[in-house]
Design a protein around this ligand. Structure first.
Ligand SMILES: *[C@@H]1O[C@H](CO)[C@@H](O)[C@H](O)[C@H]1NC(C)=O
Ligand SMILES: *[C@@H]1O[C@H](CO)[C@@H](O)[C@H](O)[C@H]1NC(C)=O
Ligand SMILES: *[C@@H]1O[C@H](CO)[C@@H](O)[C@H](O)[C@H]1NC(C)=O
Length: 401
């Protein structure tokens, strides 16, 4: 994630105003996706076009791959719904039909969660969280040329991560890990921990994105992605390592997700969240960690909490988790906008979401999506990132105890 919202506003203005259409990529094919047939989706995607949703309310629009890249370079966010649109339409139709049998739930996106109550157990684990471990895992990931979702090194990142996780969970029959494959090269990775007292209870999900991107040369360009989102990736690996080492067995199920293709329109998380909803899976809460390791030198160090595409009840819990488990204060970020990161995929399916961010917008890392997103950038801080690991460990522990 996360790019200048002002530019994205400029482009939506251009979309709305035909006289400015020359500023838009020329590859837009048509705007009639609201009434898409199955045949049209099959035909156009076979021809290499992608169906992109540019805002929450308008129908999706067809773009070529090159047009999609132009949008990314112009910092316009979107969800690539090419492979999920028909499922999304079916889900909405089923929900509308169900709603006619009773009052629509106004509780959506205002879930209620108990305050943290396992301070002694969680606090005992926090000293085990290790910067050296996170740094070592990150070094292996950033050694790959990039983690682009269509590159072979992007696929290598998935298997590398899976191998690390398999090492962590060895000997635990209640924990499994696997690639979640997609139609593109990179796989998402999911680790599942069974609930010891009720494995049918709603699942708690902690997520980050696996891919990285060099915007000027996505397929072959250097994109270490140390902060975006190497930091979130290794935070979650470290949380899993410490929990497993402690013998932790959650009462209810927990999943750790590393998503493919976030930079290209939330591809992995949208596929997984849509599949979970289609399967009727219940999700208690989903937290995304997308960039946790930088704050602008000289600025106030905080744990920033995203303000949109989140559940306000879950955000209340997130704030108290920061207070309980981190030395840093929380601060609300300004709204990040449509398709900001993977939590938005879960929000779109009606699941409670929250997202921590490294700094309030403006104090965040400007080197992302380039060859200079490395740990040697001035402002990159492992001790800062460690604070996010503490809060997210608390999130997992408290909600699954
Ligand atoms: C992180 O790893 C790199 C490469 O292995 C090493 O040079 C650096 O000193 C490490 N930093 C920390 C904080 O452990
Ligand atoms: C387990 O969770 C499911 C789903 O929430 C619930 O229906 C069921 O009653 C729970 N079982 C027990 C033994 O608590
Ligand atoms: C993209 O990668 C190329 C080749 O590694 C590099 O020269 C270029 O600076 C990178 N672009 C950005 C924006 O970092």
């Amino acid at each position: 994630m996360k790019a200048a919202a002002a530019l994205s506003l400029l482009l939506s203005a251009a979309l709305a105003c035909p006289s400015k259409l020359t500023t838009l990529p020329r590859q837009i094919v048509d705007n009639a996706a609201g009434t898409l047939s199955h045949e049209e989706i099959v035909e156009k995607s076979a021809a290499g076009l992608r169906l992109l949703k540019l805002d929450p309310t308008s129908p999706p629009v067809w773009f070529s791959e090159e047009g999609k890249l132009e949008l990314m370079r112009a910092h316009v966010r979107f969800v690539d719904v090419t492979e999920t649109w028909e499922d999304k339409v079916a889900i909405k139709a089923a929900e509308a039909a169900a709603a006619s049998f009773g009052p629509a739930s106004d509780a959506a996106h205002r879930a209620s969660f108990p305050a943290p109550s396992h301070q002694s157990e969680v606090s005992a684990l926090l000293p085990d969280l290790s910067i050296a471990q996170m740094n070592s895992t990150l070094s292996q990931l950033t050694a790959l040329n990039n983690r682009y979702y269509r590159s072979s090194t992007g696929a290598q990142a998935s298997t590398l991560l899976l191998n690390i996780i398999n090492g962590i969970i060895a000997g635990r029959s209640d924990i499994s890990a696997a690639l979640y494959t997609h139609s593109w090269t990179q796989s998402s990775v999911i680790a599942k921990v069974a609930g010891a007292s009720n494995n049918s209870a709603p699942v708690v999900i902690l997520g980050a994105h696996l891919d990285s991107i060099n915007l000027s040369s996505p397929t072959s360009g250097r994109a270490p992605g140390a902060d975006d989102d190497g930091s979130g990736i290794v935070n979650i690996v470290e949380i899993l390592r410490v929990l497993v080492a402690s013998g932790w067995k959650p009462a209810t199920p927990v999943e750790f997700h590393w998503y493919a293709g976030e930079e290209a329109g939330l591809l992995g998380s949208d596929a997984i969240a849509t599949a979970y909803k289609r399967a009727g899976k219940q999700v208690k809460a989903m937290m995304e960690l997308d960039m946790t390791a930088y704050f602008r030198p000289g600025s106030k160090e905080v744990i920033s909490i995203e303000a949109d595409y989140i559940d306000s009840g879950l955000n209340t819990l997130t704030k108290s988790l920061v207070t309980a488990y981190s030395a840093l204060p929380w601060a609300m970020d300004e709204p990040c906008g449509y398709a900001c990161s993977d939590h938005a995929s879960w929000y779109d399916q009606g699941y409670p979401t929250t997202m921590l961010y490294e700094a309030v917008t403006g104090n965040d890392n400007a080197r992302i999506h380039s060859s200079s997103d490395t740990t040697s950038v001035s402002g990159f801080s492992w001790t800062h990132s460690l604070e996010f690991t503490k809060v997210a460990l608390g999130f997992v522990y408290e909600l699954s105890a």
